[in-house]
Design a protein around this ligand. Structure first.
Ligand SMILES: [Zn+2]
Length: 281
């Protein structure tokens, strides 16, 4: 089927009282594996691209990646969404939409709230005019390496959430409730009571970033208590690299680069089969 709007997938998740899962991908092998397992498990899924890494480091090009995911979506019977992850550049975001990204994240989370509202609204107005969805961030999901998940000053304030969603008209909002990007130095503990308060304050679907390494029991709770989109990046990237290392160690002398993608895809698919079961979609 054709690419599905991310807002439609999040609506399905909301109605099923669970979360859709969104995987950061860089190339065909990562995106193909996500689409193949979604089809196998008959689950909607979202494929994301993190522009700072993917384009600046020449992993792929923007219109090519969008076309790749569109073609993958066309070949399966489950809804596949395409989303541009963290970006703070208005022009870059508009270009991504024109290149085929039907959902984008504008990240103004480091700005004062009023400025975040103003600039998010600007992106929302432009994106909605082009038929694209917008995710914003309120509070700031920082980095696990800096233990930002413990910094309460960065957490989303429930009393601001309603105003933020109402004034920006965003389609979803990422919240800071005790998660962080990257590899956690110790097991994170989500502030689920805060999540309840944010969820009570707004009907806008909530997004959880920094998903790698959060224990499954906490994720299941978060999915039942308002999270409708769950982002996974670090552990999927790490597995990709580990799989390449394994391929090289198994084929020290005669491995062909042509045999690498399918070897890695099988490893990624095994992981995805387990991870995607967390969503009750
Ligand atoms: Zn993030």
């Amino acid at each position: 089927m054709a690419l599905e709007k991310v807002s439609s997938i999040l609506k399905m998740a909301d109605e099923a009282n669970t979360s859709a899962i969104a995987f950061n991908c860089n190339d065909y092998t990562m995106a193909y594996s996500v689409a193949a397992v979604a089809e196998e498990l008959n689950k909607p899924v979202i494929i994301m691209l993190y522009p700072a890494d993917s384009f600046q480091k020449n992993c792929c090009n923007i219109s090519g990646f969008a076309a790749t995911v569109r073609e993958l979506a066309d070949k399966v019977k489950v809804p596949i969404g395409l989303h541009l992850d963290h970006c703070s550049d208005f022009d870059y975001i508009l270009n991504a939409i024109k290149c085929g990204f039907s959902s984008v994240m504008y990240d103004g989370s480091m700005l004062p709230v009023e400025e975040n509202i103003r600039l998010t609204r600007r992106v929302v107005d432009a994106a909605h005019a082009l038929g694209a969805d917008v995710e914003a961030e309120l509070g700031h999901v920082g980095f696990a390496a800096q233990s930002d998940q413990h910094n309460l000053d960065l957490y989303t304030r429930p009393e601001v959430a309603a105003k933020f969603c109402e004034e920006t008209k965003v389609d979803s909002v990422a919240v800071a409730i005790g998660s962080a990007h990257g590899v956690y130095l110790e097991t994170p503990k989500l502030d689920l009571e805060r999540l309840d308060e944010i969820n009570a304050a707004t009907d806008t679907p909530l997004v959880l970033h920094g998903g790698s390494g959060i224990p499954n029991d906490q994720l299941e709770q978060a999915f039942r208590r308002g999270i409708n989109k769950f982002n996974v990046g670090t552990e999927y990237f790490q597995l990709y690299l580990d799989s390449i290392r394994e391929f090289c160690s198994q084929n020290p002398d005669k491995g062909s680069v042509l045999d690498l993608p399918m070897f890695v895809q099988e490893k990624l698919k095994a992981y995805l089969r387990v991870k995607m079961q967390l969503s009750r979609l």
